[in-house]
Design a protein around this ligand. Sequence first.
Ligand SMILES: [Zn+2]
Length: 279
Amino acid sequence: METRFIRTLILFFILTIVFGILEHFWPSIPNQPKLRRGLGVDVLYWFFTPLVTQVLVMVAVAIVALPIYVLLGRSLDINSILAGYGPVEKIPLWQQGLIVIVLGDFIGYWTHRINHTITQLWMFHAVHHSSETVDWLTAVRIHPVNDVFSKGIQALPIVLLGFSPIAVELYTPLLSSYIALIHANVSWNYGPFRYAIASPAFHRWHHEIDKKAWGKNYAGLFPIYDVIFGTFYLPLNQQPKEFGIYGEKMTENFIDQMLYPFRNWKFPRRRLNTARTSR
Ligand SMILES: [Zn+2]
């Protein structure tokens, strides 16, 4: 736990400098304030998400995966679980990691899309969309239930296919830094490579409140999934301007955000309409 905290602190420190530079020299919205509403709560999420939510995700994956391991007659020895199994086990770890990222992003595309279409899931995902100023700090504002559901679904097929959990862990700091980049107040759209890799402009459009961007750009890394499934949206001479949840307000209070889905749970019909029209 202590090492995890120190690792998070170091990553946070490095990213503060890197994104301070990027957001200064290549801003998407030039006058977007750095000391903005919700800053404190987002800094809190930068520690809460890796230290609490990620642990919950691992526990959830273990609870579902272990009985399946037993049914498949696999050893529950920790070293054999970490080594992976089957034909996949023979692939070098770094290559396993790359396969996992491509496969994981495909599953991630669909779980993200489902988070936007099923009302009860949207209640939790809405917390991520509640930030009205999107910058690199917004990236990990995620309700734990949202993360356990999405990452759990992403992780399960990968673990069950025999990939080593270490392969996933290898790329975690890189991936969380990349997720921060696509939220950052940076104007890059990657020009001709815009279909290959998710850019800040691509993902910031996903957070745009304007109707034309609703239900677009679900992929976390590879926009090709959005191209294939008809949800790609990236105007080249325009930057998204307004962010948040259409027709709703959420306070910038951590406890309120944790309770938001449960407080709104009792109005499924009214909320259904809101969710259907609010991305
Ligand atoms: Zn979303």
